[in-house]
Write a protein that binds this ligand. Sequence first.
Ligand code: FPP
Length: 244
Amino acid sequence: MIRLSVMGSLAQLPPGLHHVAIIMDGNGRWAQQKGLPRLAGHKQGAQSVREVVRTARKLGLSALTLYAFSEQNWERPLEEVQGLMQLLFDYVVEEREEILQNGIRLKAIGNISRLPEFVLRPLLKLEQDSAHNDNMTLSLALSYGGQESLAQGMRRLAEEVSEGSLSVEDIDEATFSARLPTAGLPKVDLLIRTSGELRTSNFLPWETTGARFYVTPLLWPDFGKDALLAALAAYAEETEVRGP
Ligand code: FPP
């Protein structure tokens, strides 16, 4: 039986596990439970991001995709949106060297043209500078909506057909996947959601087809290395019992 130690040194990744995607939920509740402003929850959530990325990289995961900001999140109060943008900026600037030194490729997926210039500039620069890295792809879903990304992929196919560079007969799962922002990444094997809700919230609807779903009651700011290892251990047990 494959088991991952949650206490000692990092064990091996479960076989067949290449891509983990996470819906990071519960920052607001974490703050509320402590009588703190919501932004304190997001700030602590950014620390969880750092720990989870580091752990995933050490384990040798190929791809990690984090739902950092949905299209719907723009509707939150201005102060909260501005605070989240500042945390994103801080993350990209402060983690830049570590990301590059560890051979991580950073990708932003979503409608990123909506991001403010002060975030977009260092984000695109890091995306460009890390493009050749191949140890792990870290995708940050920003201003992301799953249905929106599918519609955009369909639009691309339609444009290519109308231009004559693609024929309708050549459209299949692979040609469509190649027009999504996640093109080139392995399919998602494990989708993790924190804070207990059993919803997929418009996150990677195409890419998670067939993924295992792991939901933990932990709020995102409390999710770290041990929680990730517990999720991977559950995945390993499940695939051993039911097959990949
Ligand atoms: C959900 O919590 C989380 C978010 C909307 C944003 C996630 C952002 C971070 C983890 C911090 C910054 C990100 C990076 C990549 C540095 P919620 O506010 O919906 O929580 P609630 O449901 O308890 O209110």
